[in-house]
Design a protein. Structure first.
Length: 135
């Protein structure tokens, strides 16, 4: 079997899991941000689909849904230093919706569903199933 995915991209956003799995870096046009894994857990895999990221971890699945519109950056943004950009208050993580479902993990495989949204998962001790956001 192929190793679990460690990075994914969708709609100008990119998520990459660190080598130790303790964090995931999130990048978009506003810069880079760091998302810690849930307390006592490590990220194991990531998938993207339908404008949503799904991160598997040792205790379940986390959904990250980027906002539909990022704030407009001021003129000259690219010429500013990292410190100046940080001082202006814009963040790569601003507006992200985050939900977590606990599963008897670790989750080692995720497959976004083509119909109806959500993600199918396979977990080391918890079998397999589907997670989706219900409105």
């Amino acid at each position: 079997y192929p190793p679990p995915a460690r990075q994914a991209a969708v709609l100008g956003w990119k998520v990459r899991i660190s080598e130790d799995g303790l964090t995931a870096s999130i990048s978009n046009r506003n810069g880079d941000g760091v998302l810690p894994a849930p307390l006592g857990s490590r990220f194991t895999t990531v998938a993207s689909g339908d404008g949503t990221f799904w991160l598997g971890h040792e205790h379940g699945v986390m959904m990250l849904k980027p906002p539909s519109n990022l704030p407009v950056l001021p003129a000259g943004w690219d010429e500013l230093s990292d410190e100046q950009q940080a001082a202006m208050g814009y963040s790569a993580l601003a507006g992200i919706q985050k939900l977590t479902v606990q599963i008897d993990g670790p989750v080692f495989f995720l497959q976004p569903l083509d119909l109806g949204g959500g993600v199918a998962y396979a977990a080391g001790t918890g079998g397999f199933g589907v997670v989706r956001e219900v409105f």
